[in-house]
Write a protein that binds this ligand. Structure first.
Ligand code: FAD
Length: 426
């Protein structure tokens, strides 16, 4: 999968790539050096370059090669762990501030798309849909809570209301969020990359960081070069390979997968999701789906805790899609692909500083399209001397995965078996 090409996906097939950026050679200086050209790294880079900093980004592969170029494209306010978990971790007031910041992140994303004219097919609307009565009760309570305590205008849709928009009998209703939405993730990543380059950011592709030397002026080393800087930012997501052990022990890479059908034709596609919203169920091993601009169904789901692609992925994704839409019995997946998400033990964001001049953001836990932009912005603010808002997130406690690097996968697999059982029992 590595090299100068993107892994095959509908996104890679439909996006307009940027010119390749040269690999790092020799020693250079920067105010800020960022590891990783995904949404997190590019957002921080853009903010800092606009503030006058000399920024260098080192990317092991290509801009948007990681999760940012492969994800489900569902841009959802809030965080993976949910508000209840954040309240339990940091109390209501801080949880509310974090949720408000995620709304700011959503606005930031919308502003960047319009300011840089990023052609990434933004569509309004996101529905979380329950399969089990227990999930329905939880979502209905969440709608009330979002209104009463978070001042956030989500709606509850009955089963009949949902059925008017979504041609599936699988769900009991929906928590509908008109502000969240969906986009073409790789086009968005490339758009951020293009804007960063235009703002003066230097991006070196094919430049894997092999070590980070901490100190008064951190140094990031690649096979053929090194960058000495005043500040370093680690935005490498799921696979850091020994760059910062204290981050890696608190993050678990998990593989997750998406399929894209062949084009269905406009009428057939529209009949599936009439209002063109994105949809996700609330199972632990969730299904999520939306339409593409060329009238395909993009259907995501299935996790692999070993990060190895599951056997017969195409068949599995097709079966899952047909569970939701039996009317697609004649439709096959034209593309299937996957990527890694970076799960923290409590699924809450893990952002902060390792040392006074080394910042990081990870633990997006599969819910990063909006949160990554916010993390990048808050890291940029902290580097500029305003760390209060990043410090808010840095207060979230994060324990290492039990079992350490070697045993965390088997232990997580055992833990996940319980959640899957719970999904099945209702
Ligand atoms: C299949 C899938 C579906 C998803 N669906 C959704 C969704 O619908 N909605 C949602 O909100 N979130 C979703 N996510 C999560 C979301 O995509 C991520 O949270 C987000 O893209 C993370 O961005 P990032 O910049 O932190 O990491 P990435 O985009 O992974 O970027 C990290 C970059 O760092 C580079 N890198 C790593 N190590 C090094 C190194 N040593 N040296 C140099 N470069 C390095 C990588 O090559 C990569 O390009 C999904 C993720 C996946 C994989």
């Amino acid at each position: 999968m590595s090299g100068n090409r993107y892994p095959p996906s509908w996104y890679a097939a439909s996006a307009v790539p940027l010119p390749e950026q040269p690999a790092l050679r020799g020693r250079i200086e920067a105010d800020v050096c960022i590891l990783g050209a995904g949404y997190t790294g590019l957002s921080a880079a853009l903010e800092l370059a606009e503030a006058g900093y000399k920024v260098v980004v080192l990317e092991a592969e290509r801009i948007g090669w990681g999760a940012s170029g492969r994800n489900g494209g569902q841009a959802i306010a809030g965080f993976s762990c949910g508000e209840d978990k954040l309240e339990a971790l940091v109390g209501f007031e801080d949880a509310r501030r974090m949720f408000d910041l995620s709304r700011e992140g959503l606005q930031w994303l919308r502003n960047r798309i319009s300011r840089h004219a990023i052609d990434c097919d933004w569509r309004d609307g996101h529905a979380q849909v329950p399969i089990k009565p227990r999930q329905q009760l939880a979502l209905q309570a969440a709608v009330e809570d979002m209104h009463a305590r978070y001042d956030y205008p989500v709606q509850w849709w009955s089963r009949e209301q949902l059925r008017e928009q979504l041609a599936s009998d699988r769900y009991l209703g929906a928590l509908y969020d008109p502000n969240s939405g969906h986009l073409h993730p790789l086009e968005y990543a490339l758009g951020l990359g293009r804007a960063a380059l235009a703002a003066g950011v230097v991006i070196h592709e094919q430049s894997r960081v092999t070590s980070l030397v901490r100190g008064a002026r951190p140094m990031l080393k690649t096979t053929n070069g090194e960058v000495q800087c005043d500040f370093a930012v680690i935005a490498g997501n799921a696979l850091l390979h020994g760059i910062a052990p204290e981050l890696e022990s608190r993050m678990m890479p998990v593989g997750t997968y998406i399929g894209a059908t062949a084009p269905l034709g406009e009428a057939r596609a529209r009949a599936l999701i009439r209002n063109d919203m994105a949809v996700a169920d609330t199972n632990w091993a969730l299904d999520y789906f939306r339409l593409s601009r060329d009238h395909r169904l993009l259907f995501g789901g299935r996790a692999s805790y070993s990060t190895l692609p599951p056997p017969n992925l195409r068949g599995t994704m097709t079966r899952r899609m047909r569970n939701v839409f039996p009317q697609l019995a004649d439709v096959e997946m034209e593309y299937v692909w996957g990527g890694n998400i970076d799960i923290s033990l409590n699924r809450a964001p893990h952002w902060g500083a390792l040392t006074p001049n080394v910042y990081f953001a990870q633990g997006f836990s599969g819910h990063g399209v909006i949160a990554t932009g916010l993390a990048g912005k808050l890291i940029a603010e902290a580097i500029r001397g305003q760390s209060e808002r990043l410090d808010l997130f840095a207060r979230i406690p994060h324990a290492p995965f039990p079992g350490g690097r070697l045993m965390r996968t088997p232990m997580l697999v055992a833990g996940m078996a319980w959640y899957k059982l719970r999904d099945a029992l209702g």
